[in-house]
Design a protein around this ligand. Structure first.
Ligand code: 4AD
Ligand code: MG
Length: 430
C-alpha cells in the first residue's frame, strides 16, 4: 500500500491508503471515534467505527493521546464539511510511540512558556501555518529573481568590515584577529553585480539590536538584489514587482494556512500593484500636519512609520532621505546634495519598514569623502573602492527582511513567530 501525505489526499479518493504522522487530537462519541491526524503537511480527520473495526482495535484507539506517533490506514472519502474536503475511514492503525502528558495542550499557555518550548510549539496549527507561509515567501522570492535573469551569488558571514554602522556589530575572535558577523551582504553584492549584472544574495544577517521591539531580531534573513545599470526608480520598480509576486504566490498556494491565521485574501490583494511614492520631505510635511513634533533631518521611528503608512492602502515608498542619517554608500542626489537616492518601503497596518535600499554612490571621490566623514577604516574598504576604480557604473539594490514580510503577510503581533528559532536580546534557547 502506498504511503501518502495529507496535502495530497484529494488525489486518492476511494483508495485505501496509509499515512505516517502524529495525533493532533482524538475523541470518542459512543461507538465512533474521531481522530485529527497531522503529518506535517496538513491535518485530516479520521473516523473509526467500532462495528467496522472490532472491539480490540477500537479499545486500542481509546489509548491515543495528543502527539502520539502513529500510522493510519483506511479509505479516503469525500466530506465537504471536513477541513481539506476529505477524511479517512480508518480500518487500522499502528502506534509507534504512545506518550503521556504532552507539554503543550489546547489550553492557553503564556508566551514565555511557549517560547521555551519552541521546539514543540512549531507543531501547533498556527505556528505550523506561519512557517509554511514563510517557506512559500522564500520560495516565491527565489523564483522571482531566478525567472528574471538574476544569479544567486552567496556572500560571506564572517567579515572584516561593517556595512550598516558599527553600533550593532557582533564581534568574534577569528584566529587572532577580529571578525564581525555580516549585517548585510550588500557590499559583496555590489562586487557581484559588476561580475554578473543582476545578482541576489540571500542569507542570515546579524545585528546586536539592544532594544526589545516587536520588529527586531538579532539574527534575521535578508534577500538582497543588486543590479548593475540601474537607478533609484528602476530599483523601486523591482521591489514593487517582488512584493506583488510574493503576495500572489501566497494567496495561490497557502489558502489553508491563511485561513488558519484568519488573514483575509481580499485584504492581501489590495497590497499588490504599483505603490504610492513620496519623498522624505513630503513625509515630514505629512507628519507635521498630523500633529507630530518632527523636524526635517530626523530619522523615522516606529510611530512615524506607522502614521505615514496609514495614509495609504498599499505599501508606500519613501525616497530621498537626508544624507546625514543614511549609510555611506548611498548616492547623493545630483539635484540636491542634502539628500541621498535611498528608499524605504513601509508596509501598511503598522508593520513599518520591510525594504531598505538605494542607488549606490558610484563616484570614487564622493565615496572616499563619506568613508572619511563616517570615520570608517578605509583600509578595510579598499576592495570595495576597486569597484569604483575599474568599470564603475550606476547601480542599485535593496534588502528585504524576510521576517518583517512574514509578520505583515500573516498579520502577526510580533516578529518572534516568523522564524523557527528566533534570536533576540534575551532569547538564545532552544
Ligand atoms: O534597511 P537595512 O538596514 O538595509 C541594509 O542592510 C542594506 N544594506 C540592504 C541593501 O540595500 N542591500 O535592512 C534591510 C531590511 C529592513 O528593511 C528590514 O526589513 C530588515 O532588513 N531588518 C531587520 N529585520 C529583522 N530584525 C532586524 N533587526 C532587522 N534589521 C533590518
Ligand atoms: Mg533601513
Amino acid at each position: 500500500m502506498e504511503n501518502i501525505l495529507v496535502q495530497n489526499v484529494g488525489k486518492h479518493e476511494g483508495e485505501n491508503v496509509k499515512l505516517n504522522g502524529w495525533v493532533y487530537n482524538s475523541r470518542r462519541s459512543g461507538k465512533i471515534g474521531f481522530l485529527l491526524f497531522r503529518d506535517g503537511t496538513g491535518i485530516m480527520q479520521c473516523i473509526i467505527v467500532r462495528n467496522d473495526v472490532g472491539d480490540s482495535v477500537f479499545d486500542e484507539f481509546k489509548k491515543l493521546t495528543q502527539e502520539t506517533s502513529i500510522s493510519v490506514q483506511g479509505e479516503v472519502v469525500k466530506n465537504d464539511r471536513a477541513t481539506g474536503g476529505f477524511e479517512l475511514l480508518l480500518s487500522d492503525f499502528e502506534i509507534h510511540h504512545l506518550i503521556d502528558g504532552y507539554p503543550i495542550t489546547p489550553k492557553d499557555h503564556g508566551t514565555e512558556y511557549l517560547m521555551n518550548h519552541r521546539h514543540l510549539w512549531i507543531r501547533s496549527k498556527r505556528q505550523h501555518s506561519i512557517l509554511r507561509i514563510r517557506h512559500e515567501i522564500i520560495k516565491a522570492t527565489r523564483d522571482f529573481f531566478d525567472s528574471n535573469d538574476f544569479t544567486l551569488v552567496d556572500t560571506p558571514i564572517f567579515t572584516s568590515n561593517a556595512c550598516e554602522g558599527t553600533t550593532t556589530l557582533f564581534e568574534t575572535e577569528y584566529f587572532g584577529e577580529s571578525a564581525y558577523l555580516s549585517q548585510s551582504g550588500q557590499l559583496y553584492g555590489e562586487a557581484n553585480a559588476m561580475a554578473f549584472g543582476r545578482q541576489y544574495n540571500f542569507g542570515p544577517t546579524f545585528r546586536a539590536e539592544k532594544s526589545k521591539t516587536r520588529r527586531h531580531l538579532t539574527e534575521f534573513w535578508m534577500v538582497e538584489p543588486e543590479i548593475a545599470y540601474c537607478d533609484l526608480e528602476g530599483n523601486i520598480e523591482w521591489a514593487e514587482k517582488l512584493i506583488t509576486f510574493i503576495i500572489n504566490r501566497v494567496i495561490e498556494n497557502r489558502k489553508v494556512e491563511l485561513e488558519v491565521l484568519e488573514r483575509k485574501v481580499d485584504d492581501l490583494k489590495k497590497f499588490t500593484g504599483n505603490f504610492p511614492h513620496i519623498s522624505y520631505s513630503e513625509a515630514v510635511d505629512m507628519l507635521q500636519k498630523g500633529g507630530f513634533n518632527f523636524e526635517w533631518g530626523g530619522d523615522f521611528g516606529s510611530p512615524e512609520e506607522t502614521y505615514i503608512a496609514k495614509q495609504f492602502e498599499k505599501p508606500v515608498v519613501v525616497h530621498r532621505f537626508p544624507t546625514a542619517i543614511k549609510a555611506f554608500y548611498m548616492k547623493r542626489d545630483p539635484e540636491n546634495e542634502n539628500v541621498v537616492l535611498g528608499m524605504d518601503i513601509l508596509a501598511p497596518e503598522g508593520y513599518g519598514e520591510i525594504i531598505g535600499g538605494a542607488q549606490r554612490e558610484d563616484n570614487l571621490d564622493f565615496l572616499l569623502e563619506r568613508i572619511k566623514h563616517e570615520q570608517l577604516p578605509q583600509d578595510e574598504f579598499e576592495w570595495y573602492l576597486d569597484l569604483r576604480r575599474y568599470g564603475s557604473v550606476p547601480h542599485a539594490g535593496f534588502g528585504m527582511g524576510i521576517e518583517r514580510v512574514v509578520a505583515w503577510i500573516c498579520k502577526l503581533p510580533h516578529v518572534r513567530e516568523t522564524i523557527p528559532y528566533p534570536r533576540m536580546i534575551q532569547t538564545l534557547r532552544p
